[in-house]
Design a protein around this ligand. Structure first.
Ligand code: ZN
Length: 366
């Protein structure tokens, strides 16, 4: 398999960096169509307008309707055509960003991404998750290129509720271990290529950054301030985790997330929290050394990520339901099969029970 590395063309991150949007984006075009969620619009529009003050650049703002669906993508495509815009900008969380990426792809226009939370890997990757208009998962769209520009304003991100930062750290926690599993079994990355040293190095740095700065960054964001630790964690959760996962590949942690989404008990548990618990289960599945598992548990405890089933929403363990989730996680085509030797639903079920008991044990020690 040929080795492949891909990433956004430009990544910019700083406090109030949106005020410099003009400097980083006008090489792409002069008529911007800006799609933003309601909250994102309120927070970023004044800064975006200020950045383009005294220029001839045309800015059109449109509020995102909340679902990353074909209907919404087509609605916005029509508006973009009407306006004759030549650059698409997506501002907000995962769904807004995924919609903007799809619009840009279908209209063959460059794309600028401005995430306002760090909860997902959407900003840097070349794919979108598409839902039905009713919000059910529909499909993934894969693109030939990554976003042209990703701009992260750390003042905006630090002002979002701290739980988004924790979610982002949960999603980022799996990146190194999932890439390592893919490397061991020579499985393809999310970009359908072999794993480069560069890609794998990003995932390692992602994990090390979480361990070193995660707790400190969380305490700063709880007070809505930006410190060097916040800058490091925002980069880890946005760039290192996104580009790392795309070029390093997924394994059990994300399949476990997919499996748990069928349980109604986990309906309100975020992607990042489930991936964090899934990461621990993956380590148990792989028979990782105790020191490694303890390191991950300590990190989870420090930032409030789940280490037991109860913390992901399943108060009482119902064996039947857990088996159902295990089967979904082990469905054909799931990335859990990137674990060397493959994984059966029974093996996963046992690993989940063992992880939960391990988590309870560590909770009792506190
Ligand atoms: Zn993820």
């Amino acid at each position: 398999m040929e080795k492949l590395m891909r990433a956004p063309s430009r990544y910019v991150q700083d406090k109030d960096v949106i005020l410099k949007m003009k400097d980083h984006t006008t090489m792409l075009g002069d008529s911007f169509y800006i799609i933003a969620s309601k909250t994102a619009m309120k927070v970023t529009r004044p800064k975006i307008e200020k950045s383009f003050e005294e220029t001839d650049v045309k800015l059109v703002f449109e509020t995102f309707n909340g679902e990353s669906s074909k209907g919404e993508i087509n609605r916005i495509r029509d508006l973009v055509k009407e306006n004759g815009s030549n650059v698409i900008v997506g501002v907000g969380g995962g769904k807004t960003i995924d919609t903007a990426k799809a619009v840009a792809y279908f209209e063959k226009l460059p794309i600028v991404i401005i995430p306002t939370v760090t909860a997902t890997d959407a900003p840097c990757t070349a794919l979108s998750v598409i839902y039905t208009d009713e919000g059910e998962f529909s499909e993934y769209l894969f693109y030939p290129t990554n976003p042209d520009v990703v701009m992260v304003d750390t003042a905006v991100v630090a002002n979002a509720p701290a739980r988004f930062l924790v979610d982002g750290m949960g999603d980022a926690l799996g990146t190194y271990f999932e890439a390592r599993a893919c490397l061991r079994s020579n499985s393809p990355s999310l970009a359908f290529g072999g794993i480069t040293q560069a890609g794998f190095a990003l995932t390692k740095l992602c994990y090390e950054t979480l361990l070193e700065y995660g707790y400190e960054a969380l305490l700063a964001v709880e007070k809505k301030v930006v410190t060097p630790a916040v800058e490091k964690i925002v980069e880890a959760a946005t760039y290192l985790s996104g580009v790392g996962a795309e070029n390093g590949g997924l394994a059990a942690a994300h399949s476990i997330y997919n499996g748990f989404t069928v349980l109604e008990e986990c309906e309100y548990t975020s992607h990042g929290r489930l991936v964090a618990f899934g990461t621990l289960v993956q380590l148990v599945l792989e028979g990782s050394p105790t020191e490694e598992i303890e390191e991950v548990i300590d990190f989870c405890l420090s930032v409030g990520l789940p280490i037991t089933l109860e913390e992901v929403g399943t108060k009482e363990i119902d064996g039947k339901k857990l088996m159902k989730a295990s089967k979904v996680a082990c469905a054909e085509g799931e990335s859990i099969h990137h674990i060397l030797g493959g994984v059966t639903p029974e093996q996963l079920f046992d690993a989940i029970i063992a992880t939960d008991n391990l988590g309870k044990h560590y909770k009792d020690l506190i």
